[in-house]
Design a protein around this ligand. Structure first.
Ligand SMILES: [Zn+2]
Length: 107
């Protein structure tokens, strides 16, 4: 992912509407690119700062940015594991059904 792609995906990332693969790529890119990290932080300040003013609460920028990135990393890791688990489960079910149909394994 290059900087233009990364920065175009930041608004969707902030809204939690980014596909898993793009989310992982964006997080990885921001770990290595300070420009895009700054772009994300600026967009995050505007979005979350305005929300906190509207809601009358204190906005702790550093904690909020770290939490957003940590939550996203956790989501990516969990979603990836879940997808792998579902793939393994689908494979096991397929093998069991094929084996049953071929008479190799009876349920
Ligand atoms: Zn970049």
């Amino acid at each position: 992912m290059d900087c233009i792609e990364a920065q175009s995906r930041i608004p969707l990332f902030l809204e939690d509407n980014l596909e898993l693969v793009d989310q992982k790529a964006l997080i990885k890119h921001m770990e290595d690119c300070q420009d895009c990290r700054d772009e994300f932080e600026n967009a995050f300040i505007v979005r979350e700062g305005l929300k906190s003013i509207e809601e009358g609460r204190v906005f702790d920028f550093d904690s909020a940015v770290k939490k957003k990135l940590a939550d996203s990393r956790y989501f990516c890791k969990t979603a990836t594991r879940l997808k792998m688990l579902l793939c393994v489960l689908a494979l096991v079910v397929t093998v069991a059904l094929v084996s049953y149909w071929l008479g190799i394994f009876s349920l």
